[in-house]
Every structure is written in C-alpha cells, then in structure tokens.
Design a protein around this ligand. Structure first.
Ligand SMILES: Cc1ncc(COP(=O)(O)O)c(C=O)c1O
Length: 501
C-alpha cells in the first residue's frame, strides 16, 4: 500500500503550514501552548466506544450528559439561569451537517414547507429532499465586487413569513461563510407569532460569545434550534459541532430519533472529548485569547493598507480583494501556499478569505503581512519556500507553473441571474424522477434534475425541480466560454444539463 493520505498528511505536518483555515485548533498549536497536549497527544490511546462507564450519545445520561451540561453553562454563562434552563445543548460528531438535517426534519413533517435563504448550505437542501419538505426561498444578497454571500435581508424573511403562513419553520444562515450577520430579532418574533420554529445555521459562529466585538449568537434572539461547528472557529477536532435548542418549543423525542437517523451509532469519544477540551479553554482563557486575536487582526489589517479589505460583521473573517491588484483569488491563494507556506480558508475569483481563530499567533500574522507585501512588490519568482517536504521534480514544476499563472489573471464579467426560478416539481420529487441529459441550448422550459451552483459566489441559481429560463441558458453559455466553475452539474464542460424526462 502506497499510503497516499498518510504521506500527504506527513508532508503537511512537516511543512509547519501557517493555517488560516479550519479546523480552528490550527494543527494543535493551541493545545501545546496551553498545556492540553497531555490530553491530545496520543489520541489513539483514548479512542474508545460505549463500554461500562462511558455513555450513549443518543441517550446521554452519564459523562456525556454531564459534559454537555458543563458546556451549556460555560457557553451561556451570561444568560439568566431560568432562560438557560429552558435550553438544552447536544454534542454532534457528524458536523453541523447532521445538526441541520436533524433540525429541519424535526421541525418539518413530510409535505410541509420551510422558508430558507437561497444561499444556505447543501445540508439544508438535502434535508428537504430526505424529509420531502418544500423549500420556499428567500433571495440571497451578494456583494458583487467581492463575490461575497451576505445572507438574506431580514425584511425579505418577514415578507416571506407573511406570504407563507402555512410554513412550519424558518431557516436562517447567520453568519454567512464570509462572516456577515444580520439582526434577526424581528424575524424570530414574527415567525413565532405565526407558530413557525426558527432554525439558525450558526456553523461559522461558535466563537461569538468570546467578545463584545462579535455578533451575538442567535440563541439570544430566541431561535429554537441553533447549530454551531465548534471545529470551524474554535479549537476542536474536525466534525465536532453542537446543537442548542429550546426544550419546550419542539418535540424532543422526534429530535432524538431523527438525530439517530443522521448521525453515526459509533460516535467518536475522541471527538467528544475535544469539544470538552475546547470549552475548558473557552472558559479559562477564551476571552483573553480572543482579545489578543482582535489586537493581532487590527494590526494585520492596518498593515494591509495597500489592499482593499472587506468589512465583515465578524472581524476574525478577513477577506482581502486581490483582483483589483490584477491577481485573482485562486492564483493568489496558490502563491501564498506554494511560495510562503500559508494556507487560506478559501479563495474566490475576487480575493482570499483568512479564517483566524484564538489558536493563531502573532507570528502567523507577521509572516502573512511580509508575504502580502512581497506579492505586491512582485517579488514572486524567487525560490519556492522550503517546506521540509520531499516533493518530486514534477510537483515542483507544477508549483512554479501555478505561481507563474498569476500573469493570466484577467477580469471576468458575468452577471448571475437574479430571480429565483419558477418551480415545476417538488425538490424531492425531482430528486427521484428519471432524468436525461440534453444540450443546454435546448433546455428552455424543462424541469431541472440537478443543481447549478456557480462558484463564486456559491449560491444555487437552479435547483432540482425548477424551470430552466432564458437568463439561465444565456448565463451557462457564457460561463462555458470563460470557463467558470459550476458545482452540482454533471457536465463539467457545460455542454449538457440534466433535466426531468
Ligand atoms: C454555512 C455552513 N453551514 C453548514 C456547514 C456544515 O458544517 P460542517 O462542516 O460542520 O458539517 C458549512 C460547512 O462549511 C457551512 O459553510
């Protein structure tokens, strides 16, 4: 066995990559710094299962229950104890993905409908397919200059609630992947007047409680189910997440049984323990570390004065526009990685997103500032970074070429279709129906059998069950010409589209 995964991980480990990406523990640096490595050092020695003395995640009454309660107390320390008592907190080991699926399937019965923002995560669409729930979409706001998903406007949710009083729930993504948050107090209030449950995808907001400079969690707005990816913005292992819910608001037995449908029956205790370690750090040093992080970010942004930095609601998400410097974000990310050993969270055509957490050090920011200045000075083509990595000559050439490709960056102008297409069939029916591939130019009026998600900005412009219109055809033909990334479509060359037979 060649062990390609092991080899790749070993390379990354040896290269001591500077991480501005998930997971939030940044290759364990924070555990070493704070002395938690005795718990986290040899995880295989702690990897156990349901034996005498451990607990059952799906019906927690022992150590898991106790740990979840401790975390709730830490996370909601500033909440009135009576309000806190009305909430419960569950650990999740299949990411926020399973929390979102469970929340939607708990709130919505088969055939019912849910109001949700168009730019929601794929797991929310998937939950609708699994549970045969009808989505009613609220338009996503997009910052066109930076290709950033802004979330949907509160007033659009309010309109959608008034126009669809039959809906069972409202699904809100807050913050967006890029760190944009809106005030949702009124949305929650109106939804409750209409007897709708409110689910908030707070996958990117697990750290909100650590500083008054960050938005408040939707738990404080009265949302009924809030899902956070602990692993994204706090130090815990990948896939570890939590779900906070209002006990009285929903059918808790249904939530338990739905969770056991979408989550493994062999939960990783190592992952569960990493959540516990994370909230121990959160309680003991979280606020101080967050204040240090905010100071580092402030200095970093000041150092980036020659770049346009997008202002987000969450300062720890730093989006730097690079295309106005003539380098698209994809190429910029490659230069950062291959020449400077710095990995960003994501790149889109317009720029790059740094995801900073309390595990990032001052030297991570200093090193990145040097790199960012270097790139502007066009000192790009000196030697590649020494990654302490044994790479082949072929790989080395590939890296040079990808760095050289910045000369190919060019402006792309491609407007997304703005209207949400008309629906011809339910999402879940379309998922099941027989499909065929036809030429895009011949698809006018046909019902789509697949998603069309241009990247950037990563929002669906067509979903299964929706009708193909002329705007969409024009968009796809142009996207084909300029070679834009489209997720969801089987035809990568954008020749054909999958439609219902
Ligand atoms: C907005 C949003 N929601 C939910 C998820 C799913 O989270 P997880 O990776 O914890 O399953 C993601 C993942 O990137 C996301 O960006």
């Amino acid at each position: 066995m060649d062990m390609p995964i092991y080899k790749k991980l070993s390379y990354i480990y040896k290269s001591e990559l500077t991480s501005f990406h998930m997971p939030g523990h940044k290759y364990g640096k924070i555990y070493e710094k704070l002395g938690y490595d005795k718990y986290m050092d040899k995880l295989y020695k702690l990897d156990t299962t349901e034996i005498l003395g451990t607990d059952n995640l799906h019906n927690a009454q022992g150590v898991i229950r106790k740990s979840q309660d401790n975390t709730k107390r830490i996370l909601l320390a500033d909440m009135d104890p009576v309000d806190r008592e009305a909430l419960d907190l569950l650990y999740l080991v299949n990411g926020s993905t399973c929390g979102i699926e469970a929340a939607i399937m708990t709130a919505c019965k088969s055939g019912s409908s849910i109001i949700m923002n168009r730019g929601c995560h794929q797991s929310a669409y998937n939950a609708c397919i699994l549970a045969r729930v009808k989505p009613i979409f609220v338009k996503e706001e997009i910052d066109k200059e930076n290709n950033i998903l802004m979330g949907a406007r509160p007033e659009d949710y309010l309109d959608a609630i008034r126009s669809n009083p039959q809906a069972s729930a409202v699904f809100i993504t807050r913050p967006s992947y890029y760190g944009m948050s809106q005030d949702i107090d009124q949305v929650v209030e109106l939804a409750h007047e209409y007897q709708m449950l409110v689910i908030v995808d707070e996958a990117h907001g697990a750290h909100f409680g650590l500083s008054h400079l960050l938005p408040k969690s939707a738990v404080y707005s009265g949302a009924d189910m809030v899902i956070q990816s602990v692993h994204k913005t706090l130090p815990s292992l990948t896939q570890s997440s939590i779900l906070i819910y209002r006990k009285r608001a929903l059918d808790t037995a249904r939530l338990t049984s739905v969770l056991s449908m979408v989550e493994t029956s062999s939960p990783s205790y190592v992952m569960l323990m990493s959540i516990e370690v994370c909230y121990d750090i959160y309680e003991k040093s979280g606020r101080v570390l967050m204040q240090n992080l905010m100071n580092n970010i402030y200095r970093f942004k000041r150092g980036l004065k020659d770049y346009k930095v997008f202002t987000t609601s969450d300062p720890s998400k730093i989006f730097v526009n690079t295309i106005e410097k003539g380098i698209n974000g994809y190429d910029f990310a490659k230069v950062l990685r291959h020449r400077y050993n710095i990995q960003v969270e994501l790149s889109n055509y317009s720029g790059v997103l740094f995801l900073a957490t309390i595990a990032n050090t001052k030297s991570d920011f200093d090193k990145t500032l040097v790199a960012m200045k270097d790139i502007l000075d066009r000192k790009l083509f000196s030697v590649l970074a020494d990654f302490k990595e044994d790479i082949s000559e072929h790989a080395r050439q590939e890296r040079f070429q990808s760095i050289g490709s910045i000369y190919r960056s060019r402006p792309i102008s491609l407007d997304l279709p703005v209207a949400i297409p008309e629906r011809g069939m339910d999402l879940s029916q379309a998922f099941d129906a027989d499909k065929e591939d036809i030429r895009i130019e011949e698809s006018l009026g046909r019902i789509s059998g697949e998603f069309v998600i241009p990247y950037p900005p990563g929002v669906a412009i067509l979903a299964p069950g929706e009708l193909v219109d002329q705007d969409l055809i024009d968009f796809l033909v142009r996207a084909r010409d300029i070679n834009i990334d489209i997720n969801g479509m089987e035809s990568h060359s954008l020749e054909t589209i999958k439609v219902i037979k």
